[in-house]
Design a protein around this ligand. Structure first.
Ligand code: ATP
Length: 319
């Protein structure tokens, strides 16, 4: 378990993380989401003890991870794969890590096999692709077979096979009772992987909770209805405060009424229904709704050959 209480980090005049509190439970994958610059990496760096918060407390399995006797058994982290020594081979990098942490070198071979890195492990890290660095970083995080994993953008640069592998790995670690905190910008991937979410924006906590709850809270849940008696159904729904609009394919999208209410209304009014399907918003819809006021770097749209391109990370839609 990871407990974060009132975590705050300041860089010069910038409050990168502002009084953030959340809990990452064991036995689940928790996704840490937020727009660029939201403070995710800074939060993760404080959790793993790389940076000291100006305020707040982090507890890993109830204690201070920086005082752990066998840190790699307690917590494994993937934070910055670019920070690997380019002149060392992948195997040498892991061996050095293992040696300094009292881990047998047989475990190096195990994690190399687990991450599909046996073949390139004798090559210098400087020759690795981004995806290979990610795999080596994950191998390092797994080296101590830790109870807690903190992975910053682990699927960045991985091919579809690698993305699938990381997803299954995280799920299997959670199923074994481990604590997994992972950040990603890939909402479709997070929707498939995470059980819980922590959403940040501009350094602050926006929301946290089970994925389905976060989506339900942030998106409108319509019910899709197909009926040859759309007008009658719309009128009937009006009596209970429901409203309808047309989907592009002609179906009705009903707001402010549950599938059960619609079914009952239709039955009592002898209205024929061909389909009655609750629609759930996507995680991407929820993310965009939750963070719409917290986009530090909002891009503009390309207006076409005669219009200007507005907004960019450089010209700063910073508010
Ligand atoms: N060492 C640092 N010195 C100064 N500012 C920093 C430093 N590290 C982070 N920041 C700033 O703190 C804010 C949060 O950055 P952080 O990298 O934690 O965000 P993030 O959510 O991980 O973003 P991204 O999704 O783009 O990786 C940003 O405005 C960033 O520029």
């Amino acid at each position: 378990m990871i407990e974060v209480e009132g975590l705050t980090q300041v860089f010069g005049h910038k409050t990168a993380v502002d009084d953030v509190s959340f809990t990452v439970r064991q036995g689940a994958v928790t996704g840490l989401l937020g727009p660029n610059g939201a403070g995710k990496s800074t939060t993760m760096r404080m959790i793993v003890g790389l940076d000291r918060p100006v305020k707040g407390v982090v507890r890993v399995n109830g204690g201070d991870f920086r005082r752990a006797e066998r840190p790699l058994h307690e917590l494994g982290a993937l934070l910055d794969p670019a920070a690997l020594h380019p002149g060392r081979s992948g195997r040498a990098h892991l061996r050095a890590l293992a040696l300094t942490n009292g881990i047998p070198s047989s475990r190096v071979d195990e994690v190399l096999r687990l991450t599909g890195m046996v073949e390139p492990s004798s090559r210098r890290v400087g020759t690795y692709s981004l995806g290979m660095r990610q795999r080596l970083g994950i191998a390092g995080a797994l080296l101590g077979d830790p109870q807690v994993l903190v992975l910053d953008e682990p699927v960045n640069g991985l091919d579809p096979d690698g993305v699938h592998w990381v997803r299954e790995l995280m799920k299997s670690l959670a199923a074994m009772g481990r604590t997994v905190l992972v950040s990603s910008h890939l909402m479709s991937e997070m929707a498939l992987t995470a059980d819980h979410l922590v959403v940040m924006g501009r350094g602050r906590l926006i929301t946290q909770g089970p994925v389905t709850e976060v989506i339900a809270r942030a998106t409108q849940s319509d019910v899709l209805v197909r009926t040859p008696q759309a007008e009658e159904l719309t009128a009937a729904l009006g009596t209970i405060g429901g409203s309808t609009r047309r989907a592009p394919d002609g179906a009705l999208l009903v707001t402010n009424a549950t599938a059960e209410q619609i079914g009952r209304l239709a039955a009592s009014g002898s209205i024929v229904l061909f389909e009655l399907t609750p629609q759930q918003g996507s995680l991407e819809d929820a993310f965009l709704a939750l963070t719409k006021d917290d986009q530090e770097y909002a891009a503009g749209t390309v207006a076409g050959p005669h219009g200007p391109t507005t907004g960019s990370e450089q010209d700063g839609a910073r508010r």
